[in-house]
Design a protein around this ligand. Structure first.
Ligand code: F6P
Length: 540
């Protein structure tokens, strides 16, 4: 088989085959394009990738790339607990958290058994909070649960809790992440300390933002309910038992996870406790089972029927062959409004790297910038640029056929807008068509000459559509795991370690040094020139 570099060369040359390609004719000329370029899973989830600048040859070349990089074998290594996170010398086993897998051990630790034990503990805790048997210091049922965490200890549970609002019947869930004290302050403004439970979520239990917010939350409880109260009002989700105890949370109130769970892959672990409290243990199990179904699909489906592989392949095609620097995530679902932010961390913290696992530079750029927002809001903000801007931005549209509990007629409008956008992006509007319409409206030739270029849409802009029946816990589990595996497959092709994040360390170290300077008011040698100006503003 051809080497990776030869395949990349073939793909680059193949791009010239699209010099005269337009999605308008590709879709119009081939009534079977949707059938050929779509994948269905479990009868209720479809990936429609017919609106892409691709042909069968593109897919053949991309498939060879996946085979050459041994994506499937690397995934098997990951699921078997091999040390694939080499820079941190760790296994990567978020797949084991979904349950239903063969026994896995890491360094003599029976992972499957430990996962099940902790899950039973945190689900029992979730039930107790929900049914009021776990009570506050004042012997009341909890009405509000505040998750204090950041990054993976916030984005996942926050996004999932909001996405599954239609399935929520527990206490109110709140999420505080920012070290800006306004975040916690605004959250606590309308809460009653006597009925508020805090979950301090931090893999390391040393993260500056989380620990500052956790201390402030404890002070709030102590100042209103007394020194003895925090024990009943706090629980911890962490890998660091010593730090949890030092903070004053007992081990019975600590739900552990392990170093082989990356922060951005941790919503399936005890980090999912706020989700389990919101939707209940049974639905949480359905959420896990969705992810497990996607794991099996990724491991077994052939390339052309494999959703994560196809999404990864398309993303590589645009990033590396068409030099698209960004990709947009556009869920037509208000409750998925935090999905783009969640995927930003998943993709950019995993693959936003320029060095391969072996320490050598990557020969082509890896993770694009991931961005987006919920439709239809985005239509009235940045879609102008998606349609007529200079840059081509491949987009993922997501939509449910049936709403969870929104009104049916408004959901029909949502569906119509979503389908209209993918059609408009693909087809565009030719100058000829614009001129004909303006002439029919009675516009003078002079004016048509001036106006027509502005009203012409080039089209030929690529989109994927993820169409699903309804956003159930099982469906959301599948969607998240779909993107996890997409990111994994891309990381394998680029040869990066998708599971470390050294790039965030330097800023943390510098912030700690600067905190000392800001507190003392004395500029250190390495502090920025603007420091004195900052201090003068603070003095006024
Ligand atoms: O859960 P922790 O240890 O508080 O870390 C929070 C986040 O910080 C990071 O390490 C990056 O700053 C993320 O990877 C992680 O999800």
């Amino acid at each position: 088989m051809a080497s990776m570099e030869v395949l990349w060369g073939d793909l680059l040359r193949h791009r010239a085959d699209f010099d005269k390609f337009h999605l308008r004719s590709a879709l119009a000329d081939d009534p079977y394009r949707f059938n050929r370029y779509s994948i269905e899973m479990e009868g209720d989830l479809t990936l429609d990738y017919s609106r892409h600048r691709i042909s069968d040859k593109t897919l053949l070349l991309l498939e060879s790339l996946f085979e050459q990089a041994e994506v499937r074998g690397r995934f098997a290594d990951m699921c078997a607990g091999k040390i694939i996170n080499e820079t941190e010398h760790r296994a990567v086993l978020h797949t084991a958290l979904r349950g239903g897998v063969d026994e896995v051990s890491v360094n003599g630790q029976n992972v499957t058994k430990d996962v099940e034990e902790v899950k039973q503990r945190f689900l029992a805790f979730a039930s107790g909070v929900r049914d009021g048997t776990i009570r506050s210091h004042t012997d009341e049922a909890f009405t509000d649960v505040v998750n204090v965490g950041i990054g993976g200890s916030d984005l996942g549970p926050r996004m999932v809790t909001q996405a599954l609002k239609g399935w929520t019947d527990g206490p109110n869930a709140h999420f505080v992440s920012n070290v800006d004290g306004a975040h916690l302050g605004d959250c606590l403004e309308n809460l009653n300390p006597a009925t508020t439970l805090f979950l301090v979520a931090s893999k390391t239990f040393t993260t500056q933002e989380t620990m500052a917010n956790a201390r402030a939350a404890r002070n709030w409880i102590v100042s209103t309910l007394g020194e003895d109260a925090p024990g009943a009002h706090f629980a911890a989700l962490s890998t660091n038992a010593d730090a949890v105890q030092a903070f004053g949370i007992s081990t019975e109130r600590m739900f552990e996870f392990w170093d082989w769970v990356g922060g951005r892959y941790s919503v399936w672990s005890a980090i999912g406790l706020p989700v389990a409290i919101a939707i209940g243990p049974e639905r949480f199990e359905e959420f896990l089972s969705g992810a497990r179904a996607m794991d099996e699909h990724f491991a077994t489906a052939p390339f052309r029927a494999n959703m994560p592989m196809m999404m990864a392949a398309l993303s590589l095609w645009y990033r590396n062959i068409w030099a698209c620097g960004t990709q947009a995530i556009l869920p037509y679902d208000q409750r998925l409004e935090n999905f783009p932010a969640f995927l930003q961390q998943l993709d950019m913290e995993s693959n936003g790297k320029m060095v391969r696992q072996n320490g050598k530079p990557i020969s082509r750029p890896a993770s694009p910038v991931i961005w987006g927002s919920a439709g239809t809001n985005g239509q009235h903000a940045f879609y102008q640029s998606l349609h007529q801007g200079a840059d081509m931005v491949p987009c993922d549209f997501l939509i449910a056929a049936k709403p969870t509990d929104a009104s049916e007629d408004q959901h029909e409008m949502l569906l119509a807008n979503c389908l209209a956008q993918i059609e408009a992006l693909a087809f565009g509007r030719s100058e000829e068509n614009v001129r004909a319409q303006l002439a029919a409206e009675g516009m003078s030739d002079d004016k048509i000459d001036r106006i027509a270029p502005h009203r012409t849409f080039a089209g030929n802009r690529p989109t994927s559509l993820l169409l699903y029946e309804q956003l159930t816990p099982h469906m959301l589990g599948r969607l998240i795991a779909l993107y996890e595996h997409k990111v994994f497959a891309q990381g394998v092709i680029w040869g990066v370690n998708s599971f470390d994040q050294w790039g965030v360390e330097l800023g943390k170290v510098m912030a700690n040094r600067l905190l000392g300077s800001i507190q003392s008011g004395e500029k250190g040698e390495e502090d920025p020139a603007v420091f004195q100006r900052l201090m003068s503003y603070r003095a006024d």
